[in-house]
Design a protein around this ligand. Structure first.
Ligand code: SF4
Length: 371
């Protein structure tokens, strides 16, 4: 019988082997990149699989039955993820966000959450530990996630109208089940819950007002995200982007809004509140108002490649270090070196290049490093 070879690395995305400095100082939490941006936020993708096939992220034509997702041996183990998280925290990371794919598809995710909830800052403070989900499995998992130490969740929801929602997730998943998941998350105390709606002109922009009305007057924060040119498979076009300014104008015409200050440095969303006290909304305007200057996020892919930008075409192979005979100090030093040389600002450059301007390089897919 022929031997079955399971590839241990995914060669779809290039990654360089990080340089391990010999004489590195231990992390002091004050790491800054070439543009003076500190490292504060780590997004960890725990699976490249998803049970939805949203056209802007994992279009069915590409991610079909023949598509080969990463084999289990390629994924970072929970121990490897926790070790990496500790090193990033030593460098100043204060927020850990688990992403995917759909993170709740990763088996025993609550075990990882329990491990990560034990990681503390140098001053002994807990981290902001959160997760982004499509909500499909939330009703079943909310309580166990909370008990494991998860603090809050962000749920992706692109429409309230069932037909529009089913069309967008492209697997005929009913919106009612996601809404039940949100209710369960609220009951379990996984708040403040954020709801992310990707707005695609001509596809779901008619859902802006129904979504705003639905979440108005609740503690949930609805955020509208401009449709972005992530990855290489979603056929992005500028004319399908509805600028956030228009989203705000549409809602403001019905319920007066006023801007709020950012709640933390590097926050991606611009915050607005209803003047009559009906709560808060946000807009994430990556296309029309780039916020690269404050970008303090790093992304760790499912198989341990470190990406410094959502639109990067190349990562840094941290898994090789985690699985090699390197000490924590050496790996932390390598991470420090990588972050210090970072000068990514894709969205800013896209704006400078003009409406249709990509970088011309193949970009990493969002399901592989999380949004
Ligand atoms: S384009 Fe890259 S650098 Fe700019 S905000 Fe997005 S992730 Fe950060």
């Amino acid at each position: 019988m022929a031997e079955r070879v399971i590839p241990l690395a995914d060669h779809r995305y290039a990654a360089s082997l990080p340089r391990v400095p010999l004489d590195a100082a231990p992390p002091d939490g004050l790491l800054a990149d070439q543009l003076g941006r500190e490292l504060r936020d780590l997004r960890i993708s725990v699976t490249d699989r998803c049970n939805f096939r949203c056209s802007y992220c994992m279009p069915k034509e590409v991610f079909d039955k023949q598509y080969s997702f990463l084999p289990h041996a390629s994924l970072l183990s929970f121990e490897e993820i926790t070790r990496a998280a500790r090193l990033f925290v030593a460098h100043g990371v204060r927020k850990l966000r688990l992403t995917g794919g759909e993170p709740l598809l990763r088996k025993n995710l609550e075990v990882l959450i329990q491990m990560l909830s034990g990681v503390q800052t140098g001053e002994g403070k807990p981290l902001d530990l959160t997760l982004t989900t499509n909500g499909s499995l939330l009703a079943r998992k909310a309580r166990v996630l909370k008990e494991a130490g998860l603090q809050r969740v962000t749920v992706s929801l692109d429409a309230l109208d069932d037909a529009t929602f089913r069309r967008m997730n492209d697997v005929d998943f009913p919106v009612a089940d996601v809404l039940t998941g949100i209710d369960e998350a609220q009951r379990a105390g996984l708040g403040p819950i954020k709801v992310n709606m990707v707005v695609k002109r001509g596809t779901n922009d008619h859902e802006i007002l129904p979504m705003a009305r639905h979440f108005r007057g609740t503690p949930l924060v609805l955020r509208f995200i401009e449709y972005m040119d992530v990855g290489a498979t979603n056929g992005w076009r500028m004319d399908e982007v509805l600028p956030s300014a228009q989203v705000i104008a549409r809602i403001h015409a019905e319920h007066a809004l006023e801007p709020l200050e950012a709640s933390s440095p590097g926050e991606t969303a611009q915050r607005w509140r209803y003047r009559d006290g009906g709560g808060e909304i946000g807009v994430i305007s990556s296309v029309t108002q780039a916020f690269c200057r404050d970008c303090n996020r790093a992304r760790l892919s499912t198989e341990g490649k470190l990406f410094l930008c959502l639109f990067a075409s190349q990562g840094h192979d941290l898994r090789s270090l985690l699985r090699g005979s390197y000490s924590d100090e050496q790996i932390a030093a390598a991470i420090g070196l990588i972050w210090r040389s970072r000068d990514d600002r894709y969205s800013e450059l896209r704006a400078a290049r003009g409406a249709e301007g990509g970088s011309g390089q193949r970009r990493v897919e969002m399901h592989y490093i999380g949004g």
